[in-house]
Ligand binder design. Structure first.
Ligand code: BTN
Length: 249
């Protein structure tokens, strides 16, 4: 079978950039499928819902994948962040001996503290998708002082292991993991990662709070369905699907 989605990639390292996702969106026509824009110095990083993503100068990972799907109609875009979440969890387990868990849809926590966040955005022109910026922030060497300024409990690889790391090597390992199975994920969608995703979802079977548009609601977390959506029950025992929002445990 001809592999139409490419396993080759190129990492472009920038000294400093406001946001790697913004850089990709602004330069989309000139960037090839499979380019990774990486910096350890991001001055205006964005998180989900336009929240600020904190950066300091201790060599952390701020990177965005440029993805230009061959057939956007059949592309599993809603599950792309979940795919990268699983890839990063595997690296944290294999290379750092950590036990990361997933907070739906794509936060990675270790010891109940967030270590990584993911943001996927599309570049549009004339109502057509030009490409995707899939951004990943991973706290590598961030110290306690900066972590304490973050508006939720956060951690880093150095705090967890007591060592400092070279971020570039970790970036390469994440890219290898991502592109090794990318074509299969594109072909099969969420089902390809469902088991790997589910086994790290710590909140299933528990009472959770979901925050959406500033509103908080209480639910019982039941399952993740075949589309990667969260299935919950409300206090009247009505079942519903959560498509967007934040799980606050
Ligand atoms: C979140 O958890 O809210 C998502 C955070 C995503 C942060 C990354 S850092 C690299 C890329 N560039 C950005 O401006 N944001 C993403």
């Amino acid at each position: 079978m001809i592999n139409t989605e490419m396993p080759q990639y190129t990492i472009v390292t920038l000294d400093e950039v406001p946001s790697t996702n913004s850089y990709v969106l602004e330069n989309m026509p000139y960037l090839d499928n499979g380019t990774i824009i990486y910096t350890s110095n991001q001055t205006a990083g964005r998180g989900r819902y336009n929240r600020h993503w904190v950066c300091d100068e201790t060599d952390n990972i701020y990177m965005s994948f440029v993805l230009k799907p061959v057939n956007i109609k059949n592309y599993p875009f809603p599950n792309l962040t979940q795919y990268l979440t699983v890839c990063v969890c595997k690296i944290l387990e294999r290379d750092f001996n950590l036990a990361p868990v997933i907070k739906w849809p794509n936060d990675i926590l270790v010891n109940n503290c967030k270590i990584s966040g993911i943001l996927a955005e599309t570049g549009m022109k004339n109502n057509t998708v030009q490409g995707i910026a899939l951004g990943l922030g991973l706290n590598v060497n961030m110290g306690k002082e900066t972590l304490e300024k973050i508006d939720q409990k956060a951690t880093s690889l150095s705090v967890l292991t007591g060592r400092n790391y070279n971020s570039e090597k970790i970036v390469r390992n994440i890219c290898d993991e991502f592109f090794n199975n990318y074509s299969s994920f594109v072909e099969k969608g969420f089902n390809y990662i469902k088991d790997e995703y589910l086994k790290r979802c710590f909140f299933l079977g528990k009472n959770i709070t979901i925050s959406e548009n500033g509103e908080k609601r209480e639910y019982f977390a039941q399952a993740i369905d075949d589309n990667g959506f969260l299935t919950v029950k409300d206090k009247f025992n009505n079942q519903c699907k959560i498509v967007t929002g934040d799980v606050l445990c």
